[in-house]
Design a protein around this ligand. Structure first.
Ligand code: MF3
Ligand code: CO
Length: 255
């Protein structure tokens, strides 16, 4: 069931989204060669608590494996859900997906960015740029009267035009009093998929995962980390976006 948020609820979701954006900014500043992914996780958790919010991912248990961290850090061929570790240091040339969510006064915010550590290959830069463009192409279609398929097709077309593939096994989602709500927001569309019309008050987490090679993935033995089956690069961007009477409102972006 898709829930529509009231003006008061949207005001709280704006604050949740702002906290997510501020903490992501802190993480981007801290993400330098030599820092470990566990240290980044600690920065995320401290930044969250300092702002009176709770980490959204910590303790999350959508299937039989609990997620024990505040942040997902997905490096190079890792697509999403990379688990922070004391033994994993960032290095020059890595591309690093930072995926982070909070709850604030009962409402969730969720966003992700992929960044380059020092100089990276031109091909890695292009993948990052196209994935960000795919997110913003999807957001541009997040308008009342459109359907989920308009977002999905815009994301997919942007990625595939550039010669990349979209991941089909994970999708974006509604967001509100829970991290994951209806509707699903896939990054591709086929006839027969659920395709609700977008209405003012819906809030969607739109999150393209774009692979340099094929769309196939594997899950590592930790039960979380998704990597590309061909071990080529992958990038991920996400925003929490409110559907309005007019232009989409990006809740997880500072303005
Ligand atoms: N942004 C990701 C998502 O919406 C975060 C996953 S939460 C985790 O699915 F707890 F599963 F890591
Ligand atoms: Co999400």
């Amino acid at each position: 069931m898709v829930t529509l948020k009231s003006a008061d609820e949207l005001a709280l979701m704006r604050r949740a989204g702002r906290i997510v954006a501020e903490v992501l900014d802190e993480l981007v500043a801290a993400a330098r060669p030599g820092i470990t992914t566990l240290e980044l996780d600690q920065i995320a958790e401290e930044g969250t608590r300092r702002r009176g919010a709770c980490p959204a991912f910590k303790g999350y248990r959508p299937h039989d494996v609990t997620y024990h961290h505040s942040l997902c850090v997905s490096i190079n061929e890792e697509i999403v859900h990379g688990v922070p570790r004391a033994g994993r240091k960032l290095k020059v040339g890595d591309i690093v997906g930072l995926d982070f969510g909070v709850s604030y006064k009962g409402y969730f915010g969720d966003a992700a960015r992929t960044i380059a550590i020092g100089p990276v290959s031109a091909e890695a830069q292009r993948l990052i740029r196209v994935t960000r463009e795919a997110l913003y192409a999807g957001i541009a279609h997040a308008r009342s009267g459109n359907r989920i398929s308009d977002i999905a097709r815009a994301v997919q077309a942007t990625a595939e035009r550039a010669g990349y593939s979209v991941v089909t096994e994970f999708a974006g989602h509604g967001i509100g009093r829970r991290l994951h709500e209806d509707p699903q927001v896939p990054n591709y569309f086929r006839p027969g998929m659920p395709n609700p019309r977008l209405l003012p008050g819906m809030v969607l987490a739109i999150e393209p995962m774009v692979n340099q090679g094929g769309p196939e993935l594997e899950i590592l033995a930790d039960g979380w980390t998704a990597i590309t089956a061909d071990h080529k690069l992958s990038a991920h961007f996400e925003h929490s976006v409110a559907i309005t009477d007019g232009d989409p409102e990006i809740l997880s972006e500072l303005n």
